[in-house]
Design a protein around this ligand. Structure first.
Ligand SMILES: [Ca+2]
Length: 93
């Protein structure tokens, strides 16, 4: 049960930012530029995310790796928010 919950949490974590990055997640995943994200394009992105989270490259995500990735993502999200606010301030000056 614990593994199932962790798997669901990992999937939610991996999927959510896919559509929320600063360069438009959908466009970034749409490698062939047809305006659609195919299953293979989507899964390729998820594989990339899995490999990012699996810091020791053992093919499994441990709780500590998940936590570290989550903190990194939170930091990146905060940086993007600050950058947007800076850009917004520069536009109004
Ligand atoms: Ca690992």
């Amino acid at each position: 049960m614990k593994k199932l919950l962790l798997s669901v949490a990992v999937l939610a974590f991996m999927s959510a930012p896919a559509f929320a990055d600063d360069k438009g997640g959908k466009d970034k995943m749409d490698k062939n530029g047809d305006g659609l994200v195919s299953q293979s394009e989507f899964m390729a992105k998820q594989q990339e995310r899995f490999e990012d989270i699996d810091a020791n490259n053992d093919g499994s995500i441990e709780k500590s790796e998940f936590k570290a990735a989550r903190e990194k993502w939170k930091g990146n999200k905060k940086d993007r928010k600050e950058q947007r606010q800076k850009n917004k301030g520069a536009d109004t000056e």
